[in-house]
Design a protein around this ligand. Structure first.
Ligand SMILES: Nc1nc2c(c(=O)[nH]1)N[C@H]1C(S)=C(S)[C@@H](COP(=O)(O)O)O[C@H]1N2
Ligand SMILES: [Mo]
Length: 319
């Protein structure tokens, strides 16, 4: 049978929705062992509990947005440390992985290096609040999520970056004993991400410790994860153990994996397509059959707040 060459917008959903799977198969690497024997029997522990209940910040009330159901936000996940399937993290991240207590270290080019428990950190920054943000994955699906957390800028102010600091680098935990995905696959663990210092200081950039007014479920990146709502989801790194201020641009995990498809900036941009599919529209998770797709917005709808960060930058080349 002759199969013609299709354009990216003709890709079926199944081809466009699982990047982890795609690269895993592509590189012919062994599937990760999902044996759970050694992990069974430990109760499901919860992440940082300080700061709850939260109040919603009226500036980010989510007016006009349809919040995605909690079951979908906590049941349809990308967390390759645990699984390459969307329903895998909810199961496998709750089999003995301890996210409390949890220590976060802040170092590199700072005057005040920090090493503290996440619950203490929440108190040091003055607590947490709730904000409803759009969330857009590079795989062309989207959700609307009420995050609980605090502005990353507050933590950076505590650490006091030195004048040479230009980028902020984030590192996820590394523990292959409890994270089956870290025993193999195509990713060079631990997962790392980075922002420019200006992006990190932007008012929208959060460190989240919960969703829907409750502590962060393990599968969503307990106990503390980044949320950068104008960028593709892979920038929003989960379960952070280290934050370093650095002077040179770090190579983030997805860029290391496939630099022609994933760059450093990863700003949501409907005019710059992924090489294998269109970024012009997105599948709304839980949106149903009729309202299931919508147009993708420049900077995911946060153009007013962040466009100025990229003045003079060619967004097609700096994808
Ligand atoms: N450490 C780590 N962080 C990660 C990922 C991951 O696999 N590992 N996946 C990223 C991707 S691709 C997306 S879309 C979001 C998904 O977040 P959610 O499961 O809370 O919706 O987390 C991002 N952060
Ligand atoms: Mo993603």
């Amino acid at each position: 049978m002759h199969v013609g060459k299709r354009r990216s917008w003709q890709l079926s959903e199944s081809e466009a929705i699982s990047e982890g799977d795609y690269w895993n198969r592509r590189k012919f690497l062994k599937a990760v062992g999902l044996g759970t024997g050694s992990l069974a029997g430990i109760p499901n522990l919860i992440g940082a509990t300080a700061g709850f209940p939260t109040t919603r910040n009226p500036k980010y009330s989510g007016e006009g947005l349809d919040v995605t159901d909690y079951d979908l936000v906590s049941g349809y996940n990308n967390f390759y440390e645990f699984s390459y399937d969307k329903d895998g993290p909810a199961k496998l991240a709750n089999k003995g992985w301890k996210t409390e207590p949890w220590t976060l270290e802040v170092g590199g080019l700072v005057d005040n290096p920090l090493k503290l428990d996440v619950n203490d950190l929440i108190k040091r920054v003055g607590g947490i609040e709730q904000r409803v943000y759009r969330f857009r994955c590079v795989e062309a699906w989207s959700m609307v999520i009420p995050w609980d957390g605090f502005q990353l800028s507050k933590l950076l102010q505590l650490a006091s970056p030195k004048s040479g600091a230009k980028f902020v680098k984030f590192t996820t935990f590394f523990d292959p004993k409890v994270a089956p995905g870290q025993r193999g696959g195509s990713i060079d663990w631990p997962y790392v991400e980075a922002l420019t210092l200006a992006e990190a200081m932007n008012e929208l950039t959060l460190l989240a410790t919960g969703i829907f007014g409750k502590p962060m479920p393990n599968q969503n990146g307990a106990p503390i994860r980044l949320v950068v709502p104008w960028k593709y989801g892979f920038k929003s790194i989960k379960s952070i153990v280290r934050i370093d201020l650095v002077d040179t641009k770090p190579v983030n995990t997805w860029q290391a994996l496939q630099p022609s498809e994933y760059g450093f900036y990863a700003n949501v941009n409907p005019k710059v397509d992924h090489p294998r599919w269109s970024q012009g529209s997105e599948r709304v998770i839980g949106g149903g059959f009729f309202s299931g797709r919508k147009d993708t917005l420049m900077f995911n709808g946060y153009e007013e707040q962040v466009a100025g960060l990229y003045d003079g930058l060619d967004l097609r080349r700096n994808y």
